[in-house]
Design a protein around this ligand. Structure first.
Ligand code: TPP
Length: 340
């Protein structure tokens, strides 16, 4: 595999304007985001660790390095709004306030899991929280999200649907078809592309001949914007604006968040960076230390930050314990939730 493409060097990202110090957001809100980012990071550490210990099979797709998108976008949405995501969706489920215990139990396929242990890592769902699920099929959830958004429009309930997907998904027909209909019918949909520079082992520039995925919006008549996805504040600003626009009845917006994928594509697949030195350089854009620095400059104390990080770890330690102690679904319940 080739080393990281030039447009993806750490320098290119840090050149993107960091607007955190200009934002109106208060420190407490930003501290909550910080805790959420750590909650996602520890969750993913536990997910990878559990897989390696053989606590579950299949696979798992960590979003380590991409936490700022889930947190920034999640903060821009209302509790009643709906979210759909890909298999790389643990962070989005946490940002949508799903119970971390039930999420970890789902990864371990336990009956206490959010999907009753039937889904595992790639099929997390809790409709009561507006989390309409993660999906293993690339781009398959994008038209579903369009349908959910259309239903909001017809019901006039003021809800917005946000759908998260990778750069590779934007090569699928389902993505283009959804854009076309969503613009035509002005549905309240926010499309968030998490451009992490790779689709499994294929660098984005080898599959997509344009600089920014947001340019794809031009051909469909909707606004497209590219932001630094390793900072939750620009993500929050862009998704807030997109959600406001959707709520005003003006239709969908495409928000591209440039980010990094630290780990291999998934716990079982290829796609580890060939050039480790390059990958290490890349890690300099880790959203957590970057956000830490910004928070300290904004007046947070080291002590406050340490406490929040520890709390995030404790939540995950407890979730792990809960998941391990939970039972597997009973064999006689195999037909439950199945309809024909
Ligand atoms: C329809 C379909 N085609 C192929 C696959 C195999 N596959 C799983 S993930 C993936 C790459 C997707 O990359 P991207 O959309 O950039 O998302 P990322 O994994 O980087 O978050 C592929 C090809 C699949 N799951 N579904």
């Amino acid at each position: 595999m080739k080393s990281l493409p030039a447009a993806w060097q750490a320098g290119a990202l840090s050149a993107v304007k960091n607007i955190i110090m200009k934002t109106e957001l208060d420190l407490n809100t930003l501290l909550y985001w910080y805790e959420q980012m750590w909650t996602i990071r520890y969750f993913e550490d536990n997910a990878i660790g559990s897989f390696r210990k053989g606590l579950f099979t299949g696979s798992t797709h960590p979003c380590i390095g991409q936490e700022a998108i889930a947190v920034g976008a999640g903060a821009a949405l209302r509790e009643t709004d709906q979210v759909l995501a890909t298999y790389r969706g643990h962070g989005h489920a946490i940002a949508k306030k799903l119970d971390v215990k039930r999420l970890m139990a789902e990864l371990l396929c336990k009956e206490t899991g959010c999907s009753g242990g039937r889904g595992g890592s790639m099929h997390l769902c809790d409709v009561s929280k507006g989390f309409w699920g993660t999906n293993a099929v690339v781009a398959a959830h994008i038209p579903i999200a369009g349908g959910v958004a259309l239903s909001n429009k017809l019901k006039k309930n003021g809800r917005v649907t946000a759908v998260f997907f990778g750069d590779g998904s934007t090569c699928e027909g389902a993505f283009f078809e959804t854009l076309n209909m969503a613009v035509l019918w002005k549905v309240p949909l926010v499309l968030v592309c998490e451009n992490n520079g790779f689709a499994i082992s294929v660098p984005t520039h080898m599959a997509i001949p344009i600089e920014n995925i947001a340019q794809r919006a031009q051909g469909f008549g909707l606004p497209g914007v590219t932001v630094d996805g390793n900072d939750p504040v620009p993500v929050y600003n862009a998704v807030s604006e997109a959600a406001d626009r959707a709520r005003r009845g003006e239709g969908p917006t495409l928000v591209e968040c440039k980010t990094t994928r630290w780990e291999r594509h998934s716990a079982i697949s290829a796609g580890k960076y060939e050039n480790e030195e390059e990958a290490m350089k890349w890690k300099k854009v880790d959203p957590i230390p970057r956000f830490t620095k910004a928070l300290l400059e904004k007046g947070a104390t080291e002590f406050q930050l340490k406490e929040l990080q520890e709390r995030a770890k404790k939540v995950n330690d407890e979730a792990m314990e809960f998941a391990l102690k939970s039972e597997y679904p009973k064999p006689e319940t195999v037909g439950d939730f199945v309809f024909a």
